[in-house]
Ligand binder design. Sequence first.
Ligand code: SF4
Length: 280
Amino acid sequence: MREIQAADLTKAVRDLCIDANYNLPEDVVQCFRDSLEIEESDTGKAIFNELLENAEIARTEKVPYCQDTGFAILYVDLGQDVHVVGGDFNQALEEGVRQGYADGYLRKSIVRHGLDRKNTGDNTPCLSHVHLVPGERVEITIVPKGGGSENMSRINMMKPSDGKEGVKDFVVETIREAGPNPCPPLVVGVGIGGTFDYCAYLAKKAIFRGIGTRSSKPIDRELEEELLELCNNLGIGPAGYGGRITVLDVHVESFPCHIASLPVAVNTQCHAARHKTVTL
Ligand code: SF4
């Protein structure tokens, strides 16, 4: 049994909060560079140049890439042969977020209740998904999720008879209706199957899979490619000023579902497609 100090978890989460907000992942930056070559609109090209410059300024001057530094969403793969000592596991994660958002001068964006709107003051609570995995490894991924793009996400309990064409229509309509609001170009996460809540979980997981990677399931891979083309035919373009590139990629994650159900969720992720992972 491997022992891990709660304080080491806190430090790891603190550093992840800052790293994710200052440094866009390389797959996202590379996709901006590639998109610059493909984009047909002059305004769209100018936007990609701005995004690349913004990413470089954030990296070198150690400032957040965007003023909305997001809801801290954590995915933890916790080895079943790990024993966390010296403190409470959940509190260690929360404390890491608290320290990261304070030390990194990141905006505090969480209110304690959806109706009274009082800011919690330290960007907690975070939202953590913990999965037990074999072995002694602890892997933590952070996704600081912006509110503007989250607000344009949709869920739909579709009829099984809606099938593939129904799913495609729902995803494309979601992106069309979102227009410039979620800060395109987007990474679109699509969750298919499971239950009402689980398809939303799948859609969020899909947004931080590496840009350009495809599902290992042929049915989902084919859907990703078709949706990528359909979404990029919408003409919304970078920052919504029109152009070829409305979405950087579409990722589909699926799970078995009930014979009577076809749950589908679309999680829209803005161009600030931040995520960082560390293994302890
Ligand atoms: S949606 Fe994304 S790019 Fe737009 S303000 Fe929020 S974090 Fe920033």
